[in-house]
Ligand binder design. Structure first.
Ligand code: XBP
Ligand code: MG
Length: 226
């Protein structure tokens, strides 16, 4: 089973990544600030650097300058997000640790495929679950194209040495479902407040969380069909 990170393993976006972006803008003396609703719309663009660059161009910053400024701002944002992860401010979603225990007890191999930046991903996963839970962790730095492109899931299949039919993805967003389904995987969705109204066409099952009642259909459906 291959898990997405942002919005799936942890509800990172509204109170984790978003304040880190805003702190980076403020530290650079820029007037930009993404409120909860603005950020929800900006999540359509995957990848924090691309998200900033798109926003800067929308603010009228010329192309080359937008690209350079986005690189600098994203590095600052990533440092700030790592600090909040280290401070323990980014919890796992409720019920997830129990699900991972159930899956490991059932002999299911576990991996991660995220758009997020490697610098904070490993920090978050080790901090929340320990270093041995996921046998493979792929990030936005490991592939040439970000979700909804299927590259990260295609790379996971290659490195796990498994056919797509034996692998199930767990995602939170339409971009993530697209990436997994286009790579040939079945995909389970666990929604959050940013993604609950998105189009999950192609997903095998949609749940509202990892609580005991929610995850039963997820594990039953996915384990039975694996
Ligand atoms: C969601 C993303 C990421 C995060 C921000 O990734 O699109 O870009 O919003 O992290 P996932 P970075 O595939 O885990 O849902 O700033 O490191 O990109
Ligand atoms: Mg996600």
């Amino acid at each position: 089973m291959v898990f997405d990170v942002d919005g799936t393993l942890a509800d990172t976006e509204r109170d984790g990544h978003r304040p880190a972006f805003n702190e980076a803008f403020a530290a650079a003396g820029l007037p930009y600030r993404w409120d909860g609703d603005d950020y929800g719309a900006l999540l359509a663009i995957t990848g924090g650097k691309r998200r900033i660059e798109h926003y800067l161009r929308d603010q009228g910053v010329p192309g080359q300058q937008a690209d350079e400024l986005a690189t600098t701002l994203h590095a600052s944002k990533t440092e700030r997000f790592i600090a909040s992860v280290r401070a323990g401010s980014v919890p796992a979603r409720p019920g997830l640790a129990e699900l991972l225990d159930e899956l490991r007890a059932a002999g299911v191999r576990l991996a991660v495929a995220t758009t997020g930046t490697a610098g904070w991903v490993r920090e978050l996963l080790d901090g929340l679950f320990g270093p041995d839970v996921f046998e493979l962790v792929l990030t936005g730095d490991d592939v040439p194209a970000l979700k909804p492109d299927p590259a990260v899931y295609q790379q996971a299949l290659l490195q796990l040495e498994l056919p797509a039919q034996r692998v199930v993805a767990v995602e939170d967003s339409a971009n993530g479902v697209r990436a997994a389904v286009d790579a040939g995987l079945r995909c389970a969705v666990v929604t959050n407040d940013y993604t609950r109204d998105q189009d999950f066409s192609g997903a095998t099952v949609v749940c509202d969380g990892f609580s005991r009642d929610s995850r039963r259909p997820l594990t039953a459906q996915l384990l039975l069909e694996s």
